[in-house]
Design a protein around this ligand. Sequence first.
Ligand code: ATP
Length: 262
Amino acid sequence: MHLLQVDALTKRYGHETLALNEISFDVRPGEFVAIIGPSGAGKSTLLRCLNRLIDISSGQVHFDGVNVSSLRGTALRRQRTQIGMIFQHYNLVNRLSVIENVLHGRLGYKGTFEGILGLYNEQEKQEAVRIIESVGLGEQIYKRCDQLSGGQKQRVGIARALVQQPKMLLCDEPIASLDPNSSKIIMDTLREINQNLGITVLVNLHQVDVALRYADRVIGIKRGQLVFDGDPNLITDQQIHQIYGSESGDLMLNLRERYAAA
Ligand SMILES: Nc1ncnc2c1ncn2[C@@H]1O[C@H](COP(=O)(O)OP(=O)(O)OP(=O)(O)O)[C@@H](O)[C@H]1O
């Protein structure tokens, strides 16, 4: 049984740009999948199509047995509670506290009235505190988000996604704005969530070495097409070259240096 089934997914922006060209793949529950590819390959577009932040031009996406390709209104909102989203630039409300931002993850479960008034029940608040503590932000619960470091902000983003009680996390370049130390904390946190809570993770990454280190499976995208789908241990220099083209020379050198140092 697959959690996610993507069939011939195509996305055009206007008449000019074919951002995704008939992409097909399936994801089983509990997989940790890294999506790699050069800038402009279509990685962000892919994640945004999967939870319908943007409309699909053609093809189909099934999530947990539901065809999400054509969902609208309440049905789409309900569907989105099942999928947590984590962004490169965190998408937090900076003037609000950590717990207020995290509770925003519950909005998909609320009616408009409750949502506008920010009405959360005691159980939701306790669960939010527990999750904030679990990502190591116990001392920052009432701090405004503009007083946090980038790595801490991203942990708020992860906590906000987790209070949704999602079946899958979609992470769009979650470490692209972070230093190596914070990046490691975020990737370790995502791996723990995957392994301990069984939540399926799809993560877009620029850094091939990080993808190879953390993922069970790598999907390579180039100019909107799927050009690799498999075990990260089996990816060859030639395949990295195929995905990254002329950028791959430095990449492969970096990879070899890193593995030699490990
Ligand atoms: N809103 C948009 N309107 C028009 N074209 C877009 C839009 N968003 C993305 N594109 C185009 O679609 C293609 C895929 O972009 P996308 O952002 O999905 O790639 P990416 O692999 O995530 O790149 P990066 O790693 O640089 O974020 C690019 O050609 C981009 O210019």
